[in-house]
Structure formats: C-alpha cells, structure tokens
Ligand binder design. Structure first.
Ligand code: NAD
Length: 515
C-alpha cells in the first residue's frame, strides 16, 4: 500500500512538473494556490490532485465581463482585417507551442499524444479560417421596390461572447468560438471546464501575447477559472451578448432558459448519441477501421463518439467478430506512451457510470461481447482506465438512448433501411451520424430529408473527427448550435438592415399614401 502511494505520488509530481514547465515555456504563470479553498485540479493519468488554483467568485466574473465590455468598445472599431492579423499571430504562436499545449491537454484531459496534437492543430486550422473570414465577412444588397433607394444589410460586432467549455475538448472549442468571435469584433470571457484550467490559461496567454504585441488590450480575451458557480455568473450577466456553451444536455437545459429570460443569445453544443448504419454492401475493412476509431478513440469521450451501431442482420456476426478482434488488440494505458490508443477516463465517477450502464444493458437483455472491465496501470491506482466495450442489444432500450460518456458501443440489427433510419433517429440527441454502404441509393436516402436527423451526416467515414471548414453542431437535445466553419460566424454578429434614400422623393413601401 505504502509503495503504491509513493509510486502514484511520484507520477503526480512528474505530471505537475511537466505541466509547470510547459506553462513556463508558453509564457503562462501557474497561479499561486490560495491560502484556503480554491479549485483542485487532478490529472486523469494518476487520478490524484495535482494543483490547486484560485477560483473565480461571481464578483470576479462580473469584473471580467465589465473589462471585456470596455475592451469591446474599442475592439469593435478595429478594421476586421487588422483583427484578423491578431488571429493569424495566434495561429503562429499555437504552431510554435503545439507540443507544449498538447502536452497540457494530455495531462489534464487524458488524450493520447496524437489526438492532443490533433486538437491543437484544429485550433491552428480555425485561426486560418478566421483570418480568411476577416477579409470576406459581408452582407447582401437586395433590390428595393422604391426608386432611388438602396436596401442592404450590414453585419456588426455583437459584444461580449461568453464561452463555457467541456473537459473533453479543453482548448479547441474555445478556439472555434474565439478565433471567429475576434474577427467579428467581439471580445471573449471563457469559463473552461473545472477539470482543465491549465490548458485554458496557456491558450489564453498565447492570445494575450498576440493582442499586446499588436498594441491591443489583453482584456479582449479573459479566462475565469472556476466551476459551475462561475459558469452561472457568466450565463446570468446581461452584458454577455452571446453565451456559447458546450457540455452535457443537462447543462444546456439549465443554461438556455436563463439566457433566454434576459433576452440574450445562446449557442449550445451538447451531448450526442451518435450511430452508424452498416449496410450489406459496406466495405467492411474500411467500416471496421472507421467504427473502432469513432467508438474507442478518445476513450469514448468525444461528443461525436460512436455509441450505437445498427447493422444489417445478414452481416452482423461478421461485423461483431471483426470488431471484437480489433478491440482485443487495443492498447490501453498511459496516453503519453507511444503505441497507446486508449487513455484514461476523466475520473473514477465516469468509470462508475460506465459500469452502471453496462449492468443496465445486461438487465435489458444485452450481452457484453468484449471489454467493459477496469485496467490497472502501474503507479496510478486512482486513475480510471477501462477496456472499451461492445454490447449486443436485442433492441434500443433506455440505456442505449442515453449518452454514457465512456467507450460503450451498443450493436443492434435491422432488416430494411427504413427500419434502420427509424431506429437511428429514435434518440433525444441529434449530433453526428454515418452510413457505411457502397449503394448510392442507400447513401442518398440517409443524406436526404427522410434520412438521418443529425447536424452531421457522413458516408463511409465514422461519426467523429469533423473538419473546421463545415459548420459543427447538432439538432434536438444536442442544442441546435453551429460553430466554426461555413456561415457559423453570423451567430457572432448582429445584422442591421439599412435602407438609403438617394432620391428627391419620399415614396413609402407597399404603396402607402400618407397625405
Ligand atoms: P458538463 O456539462 O458537466 O460541463 C460543461 C461545462 O459547463 C463546464 O465548464 C461546467 O463547469 C459548466 N456548467 C455545468 N453546469 C452549469 C450551469 N448550470 N451553468 C453554467 N455552467 C455550467 O460536461 P463535461 O462533463 O465537461 O463534458 C462532457 C459533455 O459535453 C458530454 O455530454 C459531451 O457530449 C458534451 N460535449 C459536446 C460537444 C458538442 O460540440 N456538441 C463538444 C464537447 C463535449
């Protein structure tokens, strides 16, 4: 017992040293622990407390929003292409510090190195997208029914954007919001997950460097470290013009009515319950590779993780046998180690929820065909490592229709495509979906209005791993928000419709005659 404790403490000390060194190279200071209280941050690699940080009070959040609002009053009038240059510089700094920031993501969120580097790359990519936007944001001109009149729309900066993010994308979600919000002329106050404040402080330090180098106030972007109470203060603040919140469906249900009641805007990115349909014509080698990455990657802790597999009954035994072989070879362990494909769950509470869901599935008639057990990792007895699980289900029961944020893939069967699509859509969430098929009719049906009801619909790739060029988000209880690419920028701006009369007459619209 004593040996285990000292070994695990050695791991925690190593992680704390690595995090402190990475923060130092990035130019972000590790705040001093408060004399009492504060926010204790654990690493999922050891499952032990790693650092304690000062926690923002409601008054601190209020003050941060006040400063962000003050900064907005000047930032909004900086030309968009000049704002874009700051975002370009952020992209350069992220590129320079990619390994350090990814290292922090691994230490705090438990992502394997390759996925953590991918998350930082996504930040760099969205900076590129936003720089392009900074020279192309534009409104339309419409024909006026009145002679000598011009009818057009302009897009103006919105104000302070509040960002609340989840632990599983501790930095990318902020960048999707912030890179776009900044070129749109908004300022940002970010309340990161209480589990991942260090990578947040590091990311914001890079942006603040880019801002101050260019002579702009650092308050254009602020981080408030705290838990739910700090989030609630941000949500309630009337000066937060747009509240962009990423997290569980429960959180979205709490946040949305508060923002709506004060007349604010919200953008919600909430839980998913993503499925793939596997048709008889599918290329099974490709399908199995896509399914394993989407279902077991990130230890099942992506909003887009594949949680349900709806397979044609004629091929289900073959598909499950192939998946079981792949799952049996999945290396689970320290996410920093080369070759590891599955890191830890965020905490033991998640492992407990996984166990409870598996028990419920079995009680519903399901059979666990592989995985589901805890994995002991040397020197980390407090961590929550698990073998990803596959469960064959006789039908889609309640547990299948809920999001359990852990690597469980439920397999059901279908006979007709209509039946598969009905089962696919029969869940509260609507984030991501895919079909594996080589039949064009099946693919197009799945993509059609009568097909998947999700915000993301793929053919012959898994449900996870979206690119930033498209708008990202989902329907139904996933919240309806869209972030990053396409025209998602419109949510970060306000539209003004302008009519200009350059004639000598004053004709009224709709032919109205007023004296
Ligand atoms: P969570 O809901 O527990 O917490 C998310 C964030 O919300 C945290 O910063 C938390 O402090 C804050 N929060 C919680 N309750 C709040 C309240 N009442 N008011 C204000 N803030 C509040 O989620 P989590 O466990 O960190 O993340 C996992 C969840 O996030 C999963 O459901 C996952 O699907 C979802 N997620 C969705 C997306 C997406 O884009 N759709 C992306 C990533 C994660």
């Amino acid at each position: 017992m004593t040996t285990t404790t000292s070994q695990s403490s050695a791991l925690t000390a190593e992680l704390r040293d690595a995090a402190t060194a990475a923060l130092g190279r990035i130019g972000a200071e590790l705040p001093e622990a408060p004399a009492e209280g504060g926010l204790t941050v654990s690493s999922p690699l050891s499952g032990e407390p790693m650092v304690t940080l000062p926690e923002a009070t409601a008054a601190d959040v209020e003050a941060a929003v006040a400063r962000a609002h003050e900064a907005f009053l000047t930032w909004r009038s900086v030309p968009a292409p000049v704002r874009g240059r700051v975002v370009k510089r952020l992209g350069e700094l992220l590129t320079e510090h990619k390994a350090d920031l990814a290292g922090l993501v691994t230490i705090e969120a438990g992502k394997i190195t390759s996925e953590a580097l991918g998350e930082v790359q996504e930040m760099i990519d969205v900076c590129d997208l936003a720089v392009g936007l900074s020279r192309s944001l534009g409104g339309r001109t419409m024909p006026s029914e009145r002679p000598g009149h011009r009818l057009m729309e302009q897009w103006h900066p919105l104000g302070v954007v509040g960002v609340i993010s989840a632990f599983n994308f501790p930095v990318a979600v902020w960048s999707w919001n912030t890179a776009v919000a900044l070129v749109c002329g908004d300022t940002v106050v970010w309340k990161p997950s209480e589990a991942t404040p260090l990578s947040a402080l590091a990311s914001n330090a890079l942006l603040r460097r880019a801002l101050t180098e260019a002579g702009f106030p650092a308050e254009v972007s602020t981080v408030v470290v705290g838990g739910r109470a700090a989030g609630e203060a941000l949500v309630a603040d009337r000066r937060v013009a747009l509240l962009s919140a990423t997290g569980s469906e429960r959180m979205g249900q709490q946040v949305a009515p508060v923002v709506a009641a004060r007349g604010g805007r919200y953008l919600l990115e909430l839980g998913g319950n993503n499925a793939a349909v596997v048709a008889p014509s599918a290329d099974l080698d490709l399908a199995v590779r896509g399914i394993v990455f989407a279902a077991a990657g990130t230890a099942g802790q992506r909003c887009t993780t594949m949680r349900r597999l709806i397979v044609h009954s004629s091929i289900v035994d073959d598909v499950v046998a192939r998946l079981v072989r792949a799952y049996e070879g999945l290396p689970v362990g320290d996410p920093r180690a080369e070759g590891t494909l599955v890191g830890p769950l965020i905490d033991t509470g998640s492992a407990e929820k996984m166990r409870a869901s598996l028990e419920e599935a079995v009680a519903d008639g399901g059979t666990v065909v592989v995985g589901g057990d805890r994995v002991e990792v040397d020197g980390a007895p407090g961590a929550a490592y698990v073998h990803p699980a596959i469960v064959r289900m006789p039908r889609q029961t309640d547990v299948v229709r809920r999001e359990t944020f852990a690597p469980i893939l439920y397999v059901m069967t279908y006979e007709t495509l209509d039946e598969a699509i009905a089962m696919h859509n029969d869940v509260p969430q609507g984030l991501s979906s895919s079909i594996f098929t080589l039949d064009a009719r099946e693919a197009e049906t799945f993509l059609s209005e009568a097909g998947s009801d999700c915000g993301i619909v793929n053919v012959n790739i898994g449900t996870s791993g979206a690119e930033i060029g498209g708008a990202f988000g989902g329907e139904k209880s996933t919240g309806g928000g869209r972030e990053s690419g396409s025209d998602a920028w419109k949510q970060y701006m306000r539209r003004a419709t302008n009519t200009v009369n350059y004639s000598t007459e004053l004709p009224l619209a709709q032919g109205v005659n007023f004296g």
